[in-house]
Design a protein around this ligand. Structure first.
Ligand SMILES: Cc1cc2nc3c(=O)[nH]c(=O)nc-3n(C[C@H](O)[C@H](O)[C@H](O)COP(=O)(O)OP(=O)(O)OC[C@H]3O[C@@H](n4cnc5c(N)ncnc54)[C@H](O)[C@@H]3O)c2cc1C
Length: 378
């Protein structure tokens, strides 16, 4: 049986960032990803925004890890040539009555340690975004965008250069706590060819569950049934190429009152396309990206509120992603990231509900998890 110090389950941005962070200081690390490629789930189906940390309650892990992650992601991108752009964003008030709400967000951001926030009027909005209709805006200079898939690949490449073992087509199917270690049962091979699948076991001194949408199911392999992840789909439309010059950077409305999402916003990507979305809707399956897609007209309504000139024919449907929510459909609002040891098996660390701003927070989450891993291995 193979021996490991650490097994990381899940090769999304969080798992690969953890492998990168640990690989400098620990040997015998395995990262196991069930899909044939890394980062194909939520980590490559998002807006690619490096958030600032203005929205989250100051006592939340999300607030601290997002502000720290914003700096770390940019440092990592600059050091390793990952495409990113520190373009800044505007959160806009459509009417005077919305301004106090914007000011509240600004105060929350200041408490969270977000730098450079300021309220701006029509003139500055026009200078930055001439096609946007708004009476005032909160300007957030630290928000940026990143090539999310490239970020995942680069975390993994550097981790593997520093000795981490990164395996794809490797699905964790059992976790068995034995004394001070955990036996990790793995199905290796392409699930499309069941005859080729092989079973292997790695004995690990520490297991990190960063299985994204499936983190509740992975925790349950250890008998821990305390989590339930609700898949919430976020769908996007985009502006057709010839209209993409209507938006220069990132423009957000006030966050949705249901606090399920930040509201349908406009994101100019690194590829000079403009995304409109994401929407937020509970779905039954964790891998159902396409059934019953929302019509283009739904996106048009949201876009018109920000961009009065936009026409339905200026838009087309784009991709979708699925958020791993801890809040049930009849619940209200936001839940914090859960990063905790298993109560019955402290060598296992669960990361549950790593929804937005998980892409931004990934290297800060990795630092936190690395400390917990070090305590386990000491
Ligand atoms: C629509 C949308 C927009 C978003 N926009 C942003 C944004 O702009 N900025 C931001 O900061 N965040 C954003 N997010 C959130 C961000 O994308 C996620 O927080 C982040 O990608 C989570 O990464 P992860 O590694 O935890 O999960 P994932 O990317 O889901 O990775 C988990 C991996 O675990 C693997 N896995 C699961 N079970 C097993 C198993 N048993 N064995 C082996 N492997 C397994 C899966 O195949 C998967 O690859 C957005 C999310 C959505 C859905």
């Amino acid at each position: 049986m193979e021996q490991a110090n650490v097994v990381i389950i899940g090769g999304g941005v969080v798992g690969t960032a953890i492998a990168w962070e640990l690989s400098g200081r620990t040997d015998d690390i395995f990262l196991l990803e069930q899909a044939p490629k890394l980062g194909m789930a939520t980590s490559s189906r998002n807006s690619g925004v490096v958030h600032s940390g203005i929205y989250y309650p100051p006592e939340y892990l999300k607030a601290r890890l997002c502000v720290e992650g914003n700096i770390l992601v940019k440092e990592f991108c600059a050091a390793h040539g990952v495409p990113h752009n520190n373009c800044g964003k505007l959160v806009v008030a459509a009417k005077e009555a919305d301004i106090p709400e914007l000011e509240k967000i600004m105060q929350n951001g200041i408490v969270n340690g977000v730098q450079g926030l300021r309220m701006v009027g029509r003139e500055r909005i026009k200078e930055r975004e001439p096609h946007i209709a708004a009476v005032a805006a909160l300007e957030v200079p630290s928000t940026g965008i990143v090539a999310a898939e490239e970020l995942v690949k680069t975390f993994a490449r550097v981790a593997s250069e520093r000795g981490a073992n990164i395996l794809t087509n490797a699905r964790v199917v059992s976790l068995d706590a034995r004394g001070g270690a955990i036996a990790v049962g793995i199905e290796v091979g392409d699930p499309a060819e069941p005859d080729s699948l092989m079973r292997e076991v790695v004995e690990a001194r520490c297991v990190v569950n960063s299985a994204g949408l499936y983190a509740d199911e992975v925790a349950a392999l250890l008998g821990n049934k305390s989590y339930r992840i609700y898949p919430v789909r976020g769908e996007y439309a985009e502006l057709v190429r010839s209209k993409a010059n209507m938006v220069n950077a990132l423009v957000y409305p006030l966050p949705h009152h249901d606090r399920l999402s930040l509201g349908v916003h406009l994101t100019r990507t690194l590829w000079d396309t403009v995304l409109i979305g994401p929407t937020a809707r509970y779905v039954k399956e964790k891998n159902d990206y396409e059934s019953d897609r929302q019509p283009l007209e739904d996106f048009w309504k949201g876009a018109l509120a920000l961009l009065p000139e936009v026409k339905l024919e200026d838009m087309r449907l784009a991709y979708s992603g699925i958020r791993p929510k801890l809040v049930p459909p009849d619940g209200h609002g936001m839940a914090d990231f859960v990063i905790t040891r298993d109560p019955n098996c402290p060598q296992a660390i669960h990361l549950v509900g790593i929804e937005s701003p998980g892409l931004t927070s990934a290297p800060a989450i990795a630092r936190l998890v690395a400390k917990m891993v070090a305590e386990t291995l000491d």
